[in-house]
Every structure is written in C-alpha cells, then in structure tokens.
Ligand binder design. Structure first.
Ligand code: ZN
Length: 201
C-alpha cells in the first residue's frame, strides 16, 4: 500500500492539501473505483467513517530521535494507519544519504490508546538499537559481531539486474558483502527464519 522506494519525496495530500512525505502517503481506493493519494490522517478519517470507528485516536506523531549503543542518533518518523479491525503504527528512519535505515511496525487495536501503542513501539526500537550485529573497523572491515544477525530484506532496483540487499543495524549491506561476511563461518551451519515486519525478532 505504501511506496517505500523514495520516502524523502514530497506529495500533496488530495484531502487536506498538506505537503506530505512519501512514507506518510497512502493510495486510497474509494468504493466508486477511483483512487487518491491521501496523507495517513485523511486516510484514517475515511476508514473511520466507513467502519463506524469515529472514536479512533487519529493523532499526529512528531519525529523522535533515538540513540543507539554507539551513541549515534537515529531520526524516526511515524505513521499510524487505520486498517479496519486493526491499526498499524510504522516507524521509519529517514536519512538524506541512504534510503534504507531502520524500520519498525506495531499492530494495535483501533479502539486502544494510540500513545500506549507508540510507547510499545519506541520500547521495541530502543531494544533493537541497543545491539549491533555487525562490527566495522579499519583492520578487519565488516564482520559479524557474534553468531546471530537480525535484519530486514530489501531489494536494489537501481541496476539492470535486481539484487537483494539486507539492512542490518540500520545500514544497507549488499548481497555480495553479506555473503563475504558469512565466509568467516565456512563449514558452519546456519538457520534462516523469516518474520513479518510487525513481529518481534
Ligand atoms: Zn491529508
């Protein structure tokens, strides 16, 4: 539903005419078959009306900076989307220089407290940012810090050949580089488990 490809791009919401970052825009298809690009708050208002959830807590959440275990601050932007019987709260790390940073999602109850959901999401972000799975130093370059790596699967569509990319510790690592990191463990076994973005890792 949300185009993650260029989160920094700005779009005018067809509902409130506010200039909105791409990550906060939803392509909304109405019952008459038309579609509009709406900011998440206008989208939520439409869904709330249709599903009789007028009490929905349609809050605007300001960006929050959260510091990782290396002392670096990551700027998170939040989007709350009402999806009928559930609410999805997304946190996206937005940076000018690299489109793929940390990303988190938490699913909640549309009649629940939005601030409590935000509190749980921030807790999850802090927990994740308190660990680094990859080390990077002048002598050895990129290395797997321990024997466990958590991350996210993304794609690189910039070249003629589409290639997988992984995002670990909020940094993009090419498939080739990730393969080289694994070579440290040549002959060892591994276990690959894939989970939805909203699940705990
Ligand atoms: Zn709007």
């Amino acid at each position: 539903m949300v185009d993650w490809v260029n989160n920094m791009q700005e779009i005018i919401c067809a509902g409130c005419s506010e200039i909105t970052r791409n990550h906060d825009i939803v392509n909304y298809s109405s019952e008459d078959g038309g579609s509009q690009l709406l900011c998440s708050r206008c989208f939520n208002a439409e869904v709330a009306k249709l599903s009789g959830l007028e009490s929905f807590d349609n809050i605007r959440i300001q960006p929050i900076g959260i510091t990782d275990c290396a002392g670096e601050t990551h700027q998170f932007h939040f989007t709350q989307r009402l999806l009928g019987n559930m609410v999805a709260l997304d946190a996206v790390e937005l940076r000018e220089e690299s489109p793929d940073g940390y990303r988190f999602q938490m699913i909640g109850d549309p009649e629940g407290d939005s601030f409590a959901l935000l509190g749980r999401l921030v807790e999850k972000i802090r927990r994740t940012l308190s660990v680094k799975h990859i080390t990077d130093d002048d002598r050895y370059g990129l290395q797997i810090a321990d024997k466990m790596v958590r991350g996210r699967i993304e794609g690189d569509y910039s070249g003629a050949e589409h290639a997988p990319v992984v995002v670990v510790d909020g940094r993009e690592i090419s498939w080739d580089d990730f393969g080289r990191l694994l070579m440290t463990f040549e002959g060892w076994q591994f276990k690959l488990e894939i989970r939805d973005i909203s699940e705990d890792l």
